[in-house]
Design a binder for this molecule. Structure first.
Ligand SMILES: [Fe+2]
Ligand SMILES: [Fe+2]
Length: 417
């Protein structure tokens, strides 16, 4: 049974299901939880929460936890019973049924390119001084959320698609896809995922206010130039705040994706406690996609190196370590796009991962045991009975050092299908 109670009556052992403010304004990653420590209640107090909602079937009731006072008749300090209506839980449709990867990939591919087109047209509209079509963006994000809920691996595998010339469009879609995968892993509900997807898809919209030549400058920025580029976070937040049809939370990725937990980021140098979950999460996925992409000023890192870098940034206090750990879990041991050497001496590129069997992904074989390129890359599944006996992954390779362009192989595979 759902019950709305004042925070002061909340105790360890109760099962929390709602707050009188957005979860995103709290440091908690989970939307529903059994309270196991007093520090959790202290954190809610610090965030300014005054009333909470509990589920008495999953945890302690007020009566049991508080010296037998019947919860329904429990008086308020002023002698009045709390007659305010319970916090409205948003009507949540049931999650879509899970479907196999191959089936979802077709749908995911369409959603992916629709999203890329939406970002492109949103940026064009803003450059022309017109409004973003938030209804169209919301429809595409709905499609992305549904895809991630049906089979997270399909859309995630497409997040390796890159384009040197259309970097910002693909980067925006990839970060949104990665954010949704992480949000799903954090058990966000559909409404929160939708809001997160909208915000991350548009997180770099402020780049429309920065000269393109400066964004693409193939050399180090001067201090003045860097100050100009940094403006894109604040400009983006201004654009989105003035856009009709967006929730306030959808502005946070734009505003906070360059902030860092230790206050070393921009635009405001905000610290951990002042950053939202959307902001902290956006930083992780933004860095990952940026460093795994070829840019005018740097070559793409391997996924492995990028995950190591994120881990180090978490340890140094720049990023949120629990979020980084969750993200590494989502991306997997051999992320899509990894170049691997097999124990047979053959070389392959990971084309599909399965979160439930991270050591045996699907590969495209691109070089034979003598390192000779295979004319038509051969798809193999390492879990396939016969293949599993024949081949296992021995080592992760650096494709750049071997002159292998993984994205070209994957691009052909993922785009054409
Ligand atoms: Fe940015
Ligand atoms: Fe970005």
């Amino acid at each position: 049974m759902r019950k709305r109670i004042p925070l002061k009556n909340l105790t360890v052992g109760m099962y929390l299901i709602g707050l009188d403010k957005s979860w995103l304004e709290t440091p908690f990653l989970r939307h529903r939880m059994l309270l196991t420590k007093d520090t959790q209640i202290e954190k809610l107090k610090t965030c300014g929460v005054q009333y909470v909602e509990i589920d008495t079937e999953k945890g302690l009731d007020v009566g049991r936890a508080d010296e037998g006072t019947p919860s329904a008749a429990r008086p308020e300090p002023n002698g009045q019973a709390d007659r305010r209506p319970p916090i409205e839980a948003p009507a949540e449709p049931p999650p879509p049924a899970r479907v196999p990867f191959e089936e979802e990939l077709e749908v995911a591919r369409k959603v992916y390119f629709d999203a890329k087109n939406i970002v492109e047209s949103a940026m064009h509209e803003v450059r022309m001084g017109r409004e973003i079509n938030t209804e169209a963006a919301a429809r595409v994000v709905d499609g992305m959320v549904d895809s991630v809920l049906r089979n997270v691996d399909a859309l995630a595998s497409l997040s390796r698609l890159k384009s040197f010339d259309e970097y910002t469009f693909f980067h925006s879609v990839n970060t949104a896809v990665l954010a949704l995968g992480l949000g799903r892993n954090l058990e966000m509900d559909r409404k929160t995922l939708h809001c997160l997807g909208m915000g991350v898809l548009l997180h770099d919209i402020g780049k429309t206010k920065i000269p393109i030549d400066l964004l693409n400058k193939p050399a180090r920025y001067t201090p003045d130039e860097f100050e100009m580029v940094k403006q894109h976070a604040l400009r983006g937040a201004e654009i989105l705040t003035a856009t009709d049809g967006l929730l306030e939370e959808a502005v946070w990725p734009a505003l906070q994706h360059h902030e860092r937990m230790d206050g070393t980021g921009y635009p405001y140098g905000r610290k951990e406690s002042e950053l939202t979950l959307f902001g902290r999460l956006s930083s992780v996925v933004d860095i990952y996609d940026a460093v795994t992409s070829d840019r005018v000023y740097h070559k793409a890192m391997t996924s492995h190196a990028a995950l190591q870098m994120l881990y180090d940034l978490g340890q140094k206090g720049h990023l949120d370590p629990p979020l980084v750990e969750r993200f590494i879990h989502c991306i997997g041991v051999y992320p899509v796009g990894s170049c691997v050497l097999l124990d047979t001496g053959e070389t392959g590129i990971v084309s599909q991962i399965y979160q439930e069997r991270p050591l045996t992904p699907k590969l495209l074989l691109i070089r034979d045991a003598n390192a000779k390129p295979i004319a038509h890359p051969l798809p193999i599944d390492l879990l396939d009975g016969a293949e599993a006996k024949k081949r296992t992954i021995a080592q992760v390779l650096d494709p750049a050092a071997l002159g292998i362009k993984t994205d070209e192989y994957l691009g052909a595979e993922l785009k054409v299908g």
